[in-house]
Ligand binder design. Structure first.
Ligand SMILES: Cc1cc2nc3c(=O)[nH]c(=O)nc-3n(C[C@H](O)[C@H](O)[C@H](O)COP(=O)(O)OP(=O)(O)OC[C@H]3O[C@@H](n4cnc5c(N)ncnc54)[C@H](O)[C@@H]3O)c2cc1C
Ligand code: FES
Ligand code: FES
Length: 477
């Protein structure tokens, strides 16, 4: 059974928890304002708000309902385009109309819901943040300039938003219906918290009886939607023991179910590892980041998983539980072969931890994809470096898309340690690197192209971190 608030109503359903929220909305509840487009998280036509209670406040985030397992709606407030109706057009809707940002209208509900999510966020809304909030929404017929103009107008209307209580601020200005103010109390009366039932099952180890383990669903729902629609799931996304980012004994510990958005927003992580901020916008789109977890990125074992590549360069460890006493191991040793992990079926990832000295360390993440945003990398790479005098003392280099697994470049990292930062070190390091990788030709590029890309990314890291020592012409050597 899944219980949640859908717009104004409390709903309980015994529909399979692995079926998509989108199908439940459209076919069980008749809420056809939420559109079905790609069903792969790419177009944003199905965007809704998912509000979760945090303290006494509801935090709303955009979510692609095609990839959200119904079970992940447990205990939340799900808002569709029908649920924001106040009887008149809101600023957001009016700006879309006034700027001619709508033609066929198919993408419009998704765009409006992404913009509503931005307006309910507890942060300042600027033109940039408003435009970023719709980076996951594709429009096939209007053209983006008019949508951008609408976004500018919306940012202006939100310029004096009360970031301490944005929902009340919006309700008082009749931008959201009054019922939003009752939601915190209503949500707190839903007895089963999200993830409670899963908690009992996951520790028992009886996975096959209980269902398929799922976190944000942004990987599994794309690949196994039909299978999931008929099965039970073990939802990990809201498990309290898999949440949170802390620092202990000089290490940063990230709960397995922390989402990519939460990682980017965490004050603790930003303070400990400030470079996280520049990495996040390069990963997926806002609604996908709101759902996608760090553990999902690691366990799906994609050779080009961005968070995995970043964590490999942070020389991270993972803690694995569920098969007896929990065990810790270096993340790089988790990957045994293509989509093959050193993890038994009853085991799961509990947390990821790493040490980083922000006063000394330098970090760079580079990703080459066909589009800057909302695209999977052809090749990505990250590096962590510390220097002592003129020499490299610490070096951890990783790369994706050049091997069957997300790769920690052990030999190249070892080669660079103890060497001076110079063009000749880099050219020699590239010789080692080329021996260490084994890219294949596929839809994202030929093997030769990927070899060339990684060479240039190695140089790009050093150009970015040591502009005074490395000349941009190194790429032409
Ligand atoms: C439109 C779109 C764009 C994307 N863009 C990017 C991108 O730019 N970069 C990128 O790296 N990825 C991208 N992805 C891929 C995906 O979003 C990420 O890999 C994401 O981090 C997966 O996390 P999840 O929680 O959604 O995983 P899920 O789909 O829930 O799970 C993935 C796998 O992990 C397992 N799992 C999850 N948590 C645990 C745990 N704690 N212990 C054991 N097993 C666990 C599940 O059983 C499953 O096998 C994109 C996906 C979509 C749909
Ligand atoms: S239908 Fe395209 S993102 Fe959901
Ligand atoms: S208005 Fe037609 S897809 Fe955007």
């Amino acid at each position: 059974m899944v219980t949640f608030i859908l717009n104004r109503e409390l709903v309980t359903t015994d529909k399979a928890e692995g079926s998509s929220l989108l199908d439940f909305l459209r076919y069980d509840m008749g809420l056809t304002g939420t559109k079905t487009g790609c069903r792969e998280g790419d177009c944003g036509a199905c965007t809704v708000l998912a509000g979760a209670l945090s303290g006494g406040t509801v935090i709303y985030r955009s979510a692609v309902s095609c990839l959200m397992p119904l079970g992940n709606a447990q205990g939340k407030h799900i808002v569709t385009i029908e649920g924001i109706n106040t009887g008149h057009l809101s600023h957001i809707q009016q700006s879309m109309v006034s700027n001619g940002a709508i033609q066929c209208g198919f993408c419009t509900p998704g765009i409006v819901m992404s913009l509503v999510a931005e307006s309910t966020s507890h942060k300042e809304s600027t033109t940039n943040s408003v435009i970023s909030s719709i980076a996951g929404n594709i429009c096939r017929c209007t053209g983006y300039k008019s949508i951008e103009r609408a976004a500018q107008e919306i940012a202006a209307a939100l310029s004096d938003k009360d970031v301490t209580d944005p929902v009340r601020w919006l309700v008082e200005r009749q931008q959201l219906p009054d019922y939003f103010l009752e939601i915190p109390v209503k949500l707190s009366s839903i007895t089963r918290s999200p993830g409670d039932a899963a908690g009992a099952v996951i520790e028992s180890g009886k996975l096959s009886d209980a269902g398929i383990r799922i976190a944000g669903g942004t990987d599994l729902m794309v690949k196994h939607a039909d299978e999931l629609a008929e099965s039970g799931i073990i939802s990990l996304s809201d498990r309290k023991d898999l949440q949170g980012i802390t620092t202990e004994a000089g290490r940063c510990i990230i709960g397995a179910s922390v989402t990519i958005s939460e990682a980017g927003e965490s004050e603790t992580l930003r303070k400990y590892f400030p470079e996280i901020l520049s990495c996040i916008p390069l990963i997926a789109s806002e609604p996908v980041r709101n759902m996608a977890t760090i553990a999902g990125n690691i366990v799906n074992a994609s050779p080009i998983g961005d968070m995995t590549i970043i964590l490999l360069a942070l020389n991270a460890d993972v803690t694995i539980a569920g098969g007896g006493p929990s065990r810790a191991m270096p993340l790089r040793d988790l990957f045994l072969g293509y989509k093959k992990l050193d993890m038994a079926p009853e085991e799961y990832l509990r947390n990821i931890s790493f040490e980083y000295d922000s006063a000394k360390a330098l970090f760079s993440f580079e990703k080459v994809s066909r589009r800057t945003h909302l695209d999977i990398a052809s090749v990505n790479s990250a590096i962590q470096l510390c220097t002592e005098g003129d020499l490299i003392a610490v070096c951890h280099l990783s790369a994706g898309g050049v091997s069957p697994v997300p790769l920690y470049l052990k030999k190249t990292s070892a080669f660079l340690r103890g060497r001076a930062v110079s063009p000749s070190s880099l050219l020699q390091a590239n010789e080692v690197l080329q021996q260490e990788i084994s890219p294949i030709s596929d839809a994202r590029g030929s093997a030769d192209y990927k070899r060339l890309l990684l060479r240039q990314l190695l140089f790009a890291h050093f150009l970015k971190l040591f502009p005074e020592k490395i000349n941009p012409d190194i790429g032409k050597l």
